[in-house]
Design a protein around this ligand. Structure first.
Ligand SMILES: *Cc1c(COP(=O)(O)O)cnc(C)c1O
Length: 456
């Protein structure tokens, strides 16, 4: 069924030929210790809960700062959607598990998964300043925090934040999230964009008063430039996508909310009911944060797989190289050229890779053509409009169930006999703010490809 995919021997040779692969992680641990090492620092579920609590106490202020959050009282969350209608398009047989979508493509404020991590880091920085300057008090009882934190949307808070700059290097979506959040709070915001960042993302930021600095090189160059500029300025906080624990923990808070959604939907996660989660991966921070939270919260029967473009499999090559090496996709003769701009990253976050070593079940790669086909299939089956990056997870279920590598893994883990009771959860990571004309172009490309070769 996945004729498009060479999975029998997912070696570096297939990766170098930009052929789709599925790699199973031999270092995955069934039982995780409560504290895991993340870049020399231990993190546990308590840190995830602290991030969720931070987002929660900011809710009142966020509802004031962002009119679109009034309906949810400042909560930034996405629905869990049934996606049974996608089964034929995905090539997933009946009796091979249920299909659901975690719809982060619809997250407000940022329009992508970056709303989680990006907002959390900006809020953590703002909160630190506010505590130092007495705008809020750390001794405030939890029940009174939401009300007290509303002061952080006031003119006096804006005056304080306005003395500081928040900067970030980004292919686009992280910049959108950080830039929009920081400027709404009153910070000066500077976003260093790579050459592959989309024009509409730059325009959207400039409209909000964010300074966009364009760099000729790739994402890594944009980050390095931003980091260097920020280091020289004590009033500048640099959001470091490759090294930030605050970003990662902001993403991880999604696990707590998803746990409630799974319960409400009647989806069990246990030995008889495995949960497979497919997460688009760029530098690795977003999927790593979520995988960390899910594994710590729901246990060993959660299996997380990271999805990357065939030309940008930076996380996969990092997992293969192991700690001590830091390869880029260019080292393997790949181009890092992909329409999935949110995933166009040449080198993985070492923090995320180290943290994920015992956590994830595997990685797989996807051709751009398939992203466009599946973007259209998602539209037709569910009405949801996602961007190409956000389609990367949809190849996961069929790879797992239908490819040689996937079947071998299911057999070796004993999960094959549990498939009928399994849940496949595809995380869609961006799309809400894609302009109509841009989306139409994606859709046309996908429809043309589907007309050529209906079964991907
Ligand atoms: C950033 C992004 C990802 C992946 O997040 P990383 O932290 O870079 O791994 C996935 N999808 C979209 C749409 C993104 O913008």
């Amino acid at each position: 069924m996945t004729s498009d995919c060479h999975v029998a021997d997912p070696t570096l040779s297939s990766i170098r030929h930009a052929e789709p692969v599925l790699w199973a992680n031999p270092a995955r641990a069934a039982d995780l210790p409560p504290v895991l090492d993340a870049g020399g620092q231990g993190i546990s579920l308590d840190d995830t809960k602290a991030a969720a609590a931070r987002l929660a106490r900011w809710a009142g202020a966020l509802a004031e700062l962002f009119p679109e959050l009034q309906a949810t009282g400042g909560v930034i969350e996405s629905p869990l959607l049934p996606a049974e209608a996608l089964r034929p398009a995905l090539g997933l047989p009946a009796q091979a598990g249920a299909i659901w979508i975690k719809a982060d493509h619809s997250l407000p404020v940022a329009g992508s998964i970056k709303a989680r991590g990006g907002l959390h880091e900006v809020l953590e920085f703002a909160e630190r300043l506010a505590l130092e300057h007495g705008l809020v008090d750390s001794a405030t009882p939890p029940g009174a925090q939401v009300q007290a934190w509303r002061a952080l949307a006031s003119p006096s808070a804006k005056a304080l934040f306005g003395r500081y700059t928040v900067a970030v290097g980004s292919t686009g979506n992280l910049g959108l999230s950080i830039g929009v959040a920081a400027s709404a709070l009153g910070f000066k915001a500077v976003v260093h964009m790579s050459a592959d960042a989309k024009e509409w993302k730059k325009a959207r930021l400039r409209q909000r008063g964010v300074q966009v600095v364009e760099h000729a090189g790739d994402y890594e160059r944009a980050v390095a430039a931003g980091r260097a500029e920020a280091e020289a300025d004590p009033f500048c906080h640099f959001v470091d996508d490759e090294r930030s624990l605050s970003l990662l923990l902001g993403y991880s808070a999604a696990a707590l909310h998803l746990q409630g959604q799974l319960q409400q939907a009647g989806i069990a996660v246990d030995a008889g009911h495995p949960l497979f989660v497919y997460l688009p991966c760029g530098v690795g921070g977003a999927p790593a944060g979520i995988a960390f939270g899910l594994r710590q919260l729901l246990g060993p029967h959660v299996h997380c797989f990271f999805a990357e473009p065939v030309q940008s499999p930076c996380f996969l090559v990092q997992m293969l190289a192991g700690a001590g090496a830091h390869p880029s996709v260019y080292d393997h003769g790949l181009t890092n050229a992909t329409e999935a701009d949110g995933l166009a990253v040449p080198r993985a976050s070492l923090l995320a890779a180290e943290l994920m070593q015992p956590v994830i079940s595997g990685c797989f790669t996807v051709r751009d053509d398939n992203l466009f086909r599946q973007l259209v299939q998602v539209l037709d089956a569910t009405g949801q409009r996602i961007e190409p990056s956000a389609a990367a997870g949809f190849s996961g279920p069929a790879l797992l169930v239908g490819s040689d590598a996937g079947r071998q893994w299911l057999q070796s883990t004993g999960l094959e006999s549990r498939l009928a009771q399994a849940t496949h959860l595809v995380w869609t990571t961006g799309g809400l703010f894609v302009p109509a004309a841009e989306y139409e172009r994606f859709e046309q490309r996908g429809r043309a490809l589907l007309a050529q070769a209906p079964a991907a």
